[in-house]
Design a protein around this ligand. Structure first.
Ligand code: ATP
Length: 351
């Protein structure tokens, strides 16, 4: 299978076509329904309540965190809680300052502008946004060269909700213009169980507590993945059983899709398996490891490794990739008595 960009993984955190079609039905509509993220929820609640009490517009909000953790959902909740409409766009869609000017100038008072992947906006658009956020004004440049003139345009007060997977990539002047920054964490299994119960209810699927726990444990801390796995388990329960999701049904269904008890899929297990079985647990260079699993370096490094590192199964060291004791245990293998092997011979392709 090709795991290159665009290949769909059941445990991938980016939205696929089916996710997009069903996600709006599963989105919590207000802060009370939003599961987990207690800090962000409490802080945002204060920001919104205060703005409502003042009868004004809420401060600009920056949400950072991995894909599928609920940034879009929270942006929609900000609008709903403020009783305001929402406009949704993304950094890559705004390549010219003019694109942004067109959007900003059509906003109505109090409207929420959701800018996903805000770190991918073009530089000129970013500079226009500074002024819009601070002074609710933009300068529209008319003409070219020495004859160009800037026509100031007043904007109604609005709330920008920016989302980014990488808050560190935002230039400080942009970051500083947000009144509130919320960092979204990966979800605890108990929180994902609540997400699954809620979604199962909305999808009209019966799920017992152990069934939800089984799916939660394989969802990589991410509600989008939990919802996706729930849909696949529901299919299995309907076709192979009486439609009720139990622990056995969930485990069997996700076994069919090769998502293991910890949420690793075939690619993750291939990388980990090669590291353990072929290289004695490492250290081994990334290129060597990639050749061993028959994948591109980038696929191993960007698609498989981040979750393996997060799970404490693999470490990236200056000498190469190293498996942790938990990796041996997870694949049910006994570590060699002296972990380490012969890195000089294994690093044939460099790090
Ligand atoms: N806290 C939550 N409680 C319940 N469901 C949630 C929660 N967070 C996210 N979800 C569900 O997960 C799905 C993905 O959420 P959302 O689209 O908001 O993620 P995102 O962080 O914006 O992702 P991306 O960065 O890819 O745009 C939604 O369908 C939503 O129903």
């Amino acid at each position: 299978m090709n795991w290159e960009e665009g290949a769909e993984r059941l445990v991938g955190a980016d939205a696929d076509g089916e996710d997009q079609a069903v996600e709006s039905a599963l989105r919590p509509k207000n802060l009370d329904e939003f599961v987990g993220q207690p800090k962000v929820r409490e802080q945002l609640d204060l920001v919104l309540r205060a703005a409502r009490a003042r009868g004004g517009t809420a401060d600009h909000v920056l949400l950072s965190g991995a894909p599928g953790l609920g940034k879009t959902t929270l942006a929609m909740i900000v609008a709903a809680e403020m009783g305001a409409p929402i406009r949704i766009t993304s950094g890559p869609a705004i390549q010219h300052a003019g694109d942004l000017a067109a959007i900003l100038s059509s906003l109505t008072e109090g409207e929420v502008l959701f800018l996903d992947e805000i770190h991918r906006m073009s530089r000129p658009a970013e500079e226009m946004l500074y002024m819009a956020m601070e002074d609710f004004r933009v300068d529209v440049i008319v003409g070219k060269g020495p004859g160009a003139t800037a026509i100031p345009l007043e904007l109604p007060p609005f709330t920008l909700v920016g989302a980014t997977t990488r808050a560190g990539l935002l230039p400080p002047p942009l970051r500083d213009r947000f009144g509130f920054t919320g960092h979204m964490e990966f979800y605890e299994p108990a929180e994902l169980e609540r997400v699954i119960h809620r979604s199962a209810h909305l999808l009209d699927v019966e799920t017992d507590p152990e069934g939800a726990a089984e799916i939660a444990g394989r969802s990589r801390g991410t509600p989008r993945i939990a919802n996706r796995l729930l849909r696949r388990v529901r299919d299995y329960a309907q076709v192979k059983a009486d439609g009720v999701i139990t622990r056995e049904i969930a485990a069997a269904a996700l076994g069919v899709y090769e998502v293991d008890a910890r949420g690793l899929d075939r690619l993750d297990r291939a990388v980990l398996g090669a590291l353990l079985k072929l290289f004695g647990g490492g250290p081994v260079g990334l290129s060597t490891l990639s050749v061993a699993v028959g994948e591109e370096r980038e696929t191993v490094e960007e698609v498989a490794e981040p979750f393996l590192v997060r799970e404490g199964l693999l470490a990236r060291t200056p000498r190469g990739r190293v498996a942790t004791p938990a990796a041996w245990a997870h694949l049910g293998l006994a570590p060699p008595r002296q972990n380490g092997g012969a890195p000089g011979q294994q690093d044939l392709f460099g790090a």
